[in-house]
Design a protein around this ligand. Structure first.
Ligand SMILES: C[S@@+](CC[C@H](N)C(=O)[O-])C[C@H]1O[C@@H](n2cnc3c(N)ncnc32)[C@H](O)[C@@H]1O
Ligand code: SF4
Length: 462
């Protein structure tokens, strides 16, 4: 069992380490990917992927939301217009069929994830329609992992019933913070009753795994106030929790700039104290800490994957999927397979226009070079397991690890002086204090990180 930890972060450390840095849900990170029209390259990659027998994971992006939460950093489209939704579903249908056609053989799907935006923006009939698009083009394996994201304030019994009947067994509800004052500060109205009711409904219907999302570092949040949210959430006893650090990006999101005042945000010292309080709270409540921002009950698959060293990290955060190709469909959706990354157009009109006439044109893409495949593995291992076993890498990639990463080593030695890592010839290991700065410790392995563009693209690491 993990124990609660006594961590002391000095103002001086915050001063030094609180700087823009990636969350490493991919490496190389999205800003490094090339811009272009990758219709032919994407088709060629799908054709190669189609030749293997391995099942895939399918991510379906449903961008719609009824109301804008001003803190949001997701790719979303606020509307009440059903005409746009119908056009989107038509395009999605074309894209799913187009992907299946390029894959060549009828592939098996092991995991389906409906993300957003808010997938439960769709009504039951529309939800059925999306699943039937998938089923008419793919086979699905028995007991596959099917999950969807939902905002409790727009999710009703009928939608959850239909999704269960269709085969979904996992659900992730956004909660963020229970305090009405903070919800007002981020334009999110979600009563405690709504959260409870939705969770009870999901349990009553038989969903086997419930995840709740929280965010710390939001405007007006304090350590004692967030503690109340943690206590309420613990009464709900979700199987998993994602507690994200608020990514404040006024240079990237107009709503952050317009609606969130920097002076209302907890300062870095307060923010890190909320983070430490959260870790200790969930460890004492019997949860296992998974990487930087996830927690799970010990019997949950994520906790088991951590124990068995089969945990992975991808665009959706931590996952139990082992080396599985992920294909994303929908506006802005990301695919990650065959050592390549692709991202669909981020503009809804452009996506709908092109895809409706059977054109599949990712607007960003990257073929991952051998050197970056190695670095990706190092960063992922550090983020998932908090340690690097040097010999594993030397055997797998036929390198002299310390020779290869001589540049990173000098930075790691500085971290060692700060007691953030323990270094030896056979291992790099994050200390409990180092876990608070995982993103910083991964950064020396990133050969593309440039200070001048980091400020615009990445949120601060604290
Ligand atoms: C697509 S939303 C979840 C589903 C649904 N739309 C909702 O809000 O309940 C995914 C999650 O990303 C997190 N998130 C969104 N914007 C964020 C930001 N700027 N910083 C950190 N986390 C963020 C929130 O916790 C949110 O629940
Ligand atoms: S947090 Fe969820 S509901 Fe709010 S705008 Fe973002 S995606 Fe939509």
């Amino acid at each position: 069992m993990q124990h609660s930890i006594k961590l002391e972060v000095t103002p001086d450390m915050i001063e030094r380490y609180n700087r823009p840095g990636p969350r490493y849900t991919s490496y190389p990170t999205v800003p490094v990917w090339e811009f272009g029209e990758f219709a032919d390259d994407y088709t060629a990659s799908l054709q190669i992927e189609g030749r293997n027998e391995k099942p895939i994971a399918l991510y379906v992006h449903i961008p719609f939301c009824q109301q804008l939460c001003t803190f949001c950093g997701c790719n979303k489209y606020i509307t009440k217009n059903q005409e746009i939704v119908e056009k989107y579903l038509y395009a999605l249908e074309k894209e799913i069929a187009g992907v299946a056609e390029r894959l060549g053989q009828r592939k098996k799907i092991a995991e389906i994830h409906f993300g957003g935006g808010t997938p439960t923006f769709l009504n039951p009939e529309q939800l059925r329609r999306v699943v039937s698009m998938i089923k008419s083009n793919f086979d699905t394996i028995e007991n596959g992992e099917w999950a969807f994201e939902a905002n409790p304030s727009v999710t009703n019994f009928e939608q959850m019933e239909v999704l269960y009947e269709l085969g979904f067994r996992r659900v992730s509800f956004g909660v963020q913070d229970m305090d009405p004052a903070i919800q007002r500060a981020i334009n999110r109205n979600q009563t405690l009753e709504q959260s409870w009711k939705t969770i009870k409904t999901a349990r009553g219907l038989g969903y086997k795994s419930i995840n709740l999302d929280l965010v710390y570092g939001l405007p007006l949040q304090t350590q004692s106030g967030f503690r109340k949210t943690l206590e309420e959430v613990n009464k709900m006893r979700p199987d998993r929790l994602a507690v994200y650090s608020f990514a404040y990006l006024p240079g990237m999101f107009k709503t952050h700039k317009r609606a969130i005042k920097a002076k209302d945000l907890p300062n870095p010292k307060e923010k890190i104290n909320i983070f430490i309080e959260t870790i200790n709270f969930f460890l004492e409540a019997g949860y296992v800490m998974i990487g930087m921002d996830h927690y799970a009950l010990p019997e949950d698959e994520l906790a088991k994957a951590l124990k068995n060293r089969t945990l992975h990290r991808n665009f959706m955060g931590y996952t139990t999927l082992h080396n599985m190709s992920q294909i994303g469909v929908g506006v802005s959706a990301i695919s990650d397979f065959g050592d390549s990354y692709w991202q669909n157009a981020k503009d809804l009109d452009q996506y709908v226009k092109e895809t409706s006439i059977n054109k599949l044109i990712p607007r960003r893409g990257l073929i991952i070079e051998k050197e970056d495949q190695l670095r990706r593995k190092v960063i992922e291992t550090l983020m998932c397991h908090g340690e690097i076993r040097i010999l594993d890498f030397e055997n797998m990639y036929e390198i002299d690890f310390w020779d290869h990463f001589a540049d990173a080593r000098s930075k790691l030695e500085e971290f060692e002086v700060e007691r953030l890592v323990d270094l030896s010839t056979s291992k790099i290991k994050l200390t409990p204090l180092g876990m608070l700065f995982t993103r910083n410790i991964a950064m020396p392995f990133d050969r593309h990180l440039k200070d001048d563009n980091a400020t615009l693209n990445f949120s601060n690491t604290v």
